[in-house]
Structure formats: C-alpha cells, structure tokens
Design a protein around this ligand. Structure first.
Ligand SMILES: Nc1ncnc2c1ncn2[C@@H]1O[C@H](COP(=O)(O)OP(=O)(O)OP(=O)(O)O)[C@@H](O)[C@H]1O
Ligand SMILES: [Mg+2]
Length: 234
C-alpha cells in the first residue's frame, strides 16, 4: 500500500482539496483508497460523508478522533485491500512534529498557492521537511503542487520561479476553478463531476497520478498497513 501525505502548515493552501480529489481519482481507477483525516476541522471526513452511495468506494478514517476504548493503531487501521492511503493533515503543524507526520510516507505533496505569503510559508515548510524531518531530495519522495493558479498573473509567475529555484519537482499545477468548490460540496472529485473543469485539469491529475505511481515504496512490505500513531495533532 502506497502512503501519500499532503501537508503544508499554511491554512487554506489546498491540502483537503488535493487529498479528497486524489482519493476520488484512485477510487475511479479501481485502486481502493483510504483517506486518513488528521485535521480536527474534519473537512475530509465531512466531504466523504457527502459522497453519493453509488460513487466509487473510499475508506474513511477519522484520525483526529481520540478513543479511550481502542488502541491508536486499531483506530488508524487500514483495510488490507486498500492500495493507497492518503493522509490529510491540519494547518499550523509545528516543525517538531514533521518527522512523525512524514515517517514511512512514500510520497509527500506540498500544495502552494500563488501569493507572496503562501510562497514564504511554503519555503519554511520545505526547509522543515529537509532539515527537521530529514527528507532527502535524492529520495524523490517530495513534490510541490501549484494550486489555484491563474495563468499569466504576475504572482503565478513568481510562484513558478520560486518552485524552479527549490530543485524539488513541480508535480502538478491546478487551476483556480469553481469545479473544486463543487467537489467540496458534493463529496465527488473534480473528474467525477465531468464539467468543463474536469477536462481542463484532467491532464494535471493524470500527470500527478503517473508521478505517484513511479514512487518506489519506502517501507518493506511486512510493515505496510501499519500507520504510526501520528500524535502530531495532539
Ligand atoms: N484549485 C482550486 N480552485 C478553487 N478553489 C479551491 C482550489 N483549491 C482549494 N480551493 C478552495 O480553497 C479553500 C481552502 O482549500 P482547502 O480546504 O483544500 O485548504 P486546506 O489547506 O485543506 O485548508 P486547512 O489548512 O484549513 O485545512 C476551500 O474552500 C477550497 O474549496
Ligand atoms: Mg484542510
């Protein structure tokens, strides 16, 4: 099972949008995904509750909940038939929690929006991933996503220049689109909505899925399925 963590401590950068749409993409392709929501705001969990019963199946795990009656690893268990685990993380994660949050992840996706504040926050997030969580560029696990991009704006150009300077791959560029707002409201992925936005961003999602499919597994297969306690949100 491939484990994909979507993170950026900057609020509103698109973590939940990417995590939920990624889950929908995998579900559409028959790669039964689990969506682990570590955010007490529960946005991914609410999205999943809205999902129509006839839509392709996604297994939800409300990882932000605390239970005294079961162990943490039991609460976070992933069904063995799941092929992908997507982890949606909260805003304002502190640097010291980065190692735990990223442990065992096969891919780490950092969504960044085109604004000066978001670019500064992304620079700090990436520095923490490299220096505190000790993610090595050479492992090829880390990818940046440019989110809510309006092409040809000055700030979009400066985001693209910043991303080029990082020497970390830009693995997708998603447009600023009403389709993602509808996706959040309906429990469906953009590609499942089949509107004009789906066609325009379809290529970007294909590219992201191809990049993810090419990531080598980090954990030996014996440990696959075991999620670390992820105390980062406590
Ligand atoms: N590409 C996009 N086009 C249009 N709207 C978008 C796009 N990406 C995200 N949004 C909207 O921006 C808002 C914030 O996105 P989202 O909730 O995914 O961010 P987040 O990083 O998960 O936020 P938080 O840090 O609060 O968890 C949401 O209303 C979402 O629908
Ligand atoms: Mg969120």
């Amino acid at each position: 099972m491939q484990r994909i963590v979507v993170l950026n401590p900057k609020g509103g950068s698109g973590k939940t949008t990417i995590a939920t749409n990624l889950a929908a993409c995998f579900a559409l392709r028959g790669r039964f995904p689990a969506l682990l929501d570590l955010d007490p705001q529960a946005s991914s969990t609410r999205w999943l509750r809205k999902r129509p019963p006839d839509a392709a199946r996604i297994h939800g795990i409300a990882g932000y909940e605390r239970s005294t009656s079961v162990t943490r690893s039991w609460q976070l268990r992933v069904p063995p038939e799941c092929e992908r685990l997507i982890v949606d993380t909260p805003a304002a994660i502190e640097s010291r929690h980065m190692p735990e949050l990223t442990r065992g992840a096969d891919a780490l996706l950092v969504p960044v929006m085109p604004s000066e504040i978001d670019i500064q926050a992304a620079a700090k997030c990436i520095a923490d991933l490299l220096l505190v969580a000790k993610i090595r560029r050479a492992d090829g696990r880390l990818g940046v996503i440019a989110n809510r991009v309006r092409t040809n704006t000055r700030v979009a150009q400066s985001l693209l220049r910043f991303l080029e300077s990082l020497d970390i791959p830009l693995v997708a560029t998603f447009r600023d689109s009403q389709g993602y707002i509808r996706s959040a409201e309906t429990g469906l992925g953009l590609l499942e909505l089949k509107g004009p936005g789906a066609t325009a961003d379809g290529y970007a999602w294909d590219r992201l899925l191809a990049w993810l499919d090419a990531r080598p597994p980090v954990l030996p297969s014996a440990r696959v399925g075991v999620v670390s306690p992820l105390k980062a949100t406590t």
